[in-house]
Design a protein around this ligand. Structure first.
Ligand SMILES: [Zn+2]
Length: 145
């Protein structure tokens, strides 16, 4: 791997090691990408967090930003734009959270049809997979069995 890296980059090994030692963020970012692929719930977590922040931060966020923009532009129109944008981001996060596909069966985790929707479901409404569980880890046979 190191020789391939040297061939691709065209640099010597000590230079690559020195570069990665001075840039620790590169390794952690690479690990983050790998974790993202391994845990299918990361996208759901991200959207849930975005929805909660947008919901909890709507009043103080729009108030502060709206106040600054109103004084800056001497108009209330920017405040309405900020409020609408903030609500749109929250609505998109909520939508993405609710249409999250089950990592086990690939169908929507929280709803079966347009009239049956359970955002607090602890198991997949289709296959019964437990929330936060990884089907890839459950189905992997343990060595020696
Ligand atoms: Zn499922």
């Amino acid at each position: 791997m190191a020789s391939a890296m040297r061939w691709v980059v065209g640099a010597s090994a000590p230079l690559i090691e020195r570069f990665s030692a001075t840039k620790p963020g590169l390794e952690s970012r690479a690990t983050h990408v790998n974790d993202d692929r391994r845990d299918p719930w990361n996208e759901y977590r991200r959207n849930r967090r975005l929805f909660l922040y947008s919901w909890l931060g709507f009043v103080p966020g729009v108030f502060v930003i709206g106040l600054v923009l109103t004084r800056l532009f001497r108009s209330e129109l920017p405040s309405y734009v900020v409020a609408f944008s903030w609500l749109s981001i929250g609505a998109i996060a909520w939508l993405r959270m609710t249409v999250f596909s089950c990592p086990g069966c690939g169908r929507p985790f929280f709803y079966t049809s347009w009239h049956f929707h359970n955002p607090f479901a602890t198991h997949c409404v289709h296959c019964g997979l437990r929330k936060w569980s990884n089907p890839a880890e459950q189905n992997t046979p343990t060595p020696g069995t």
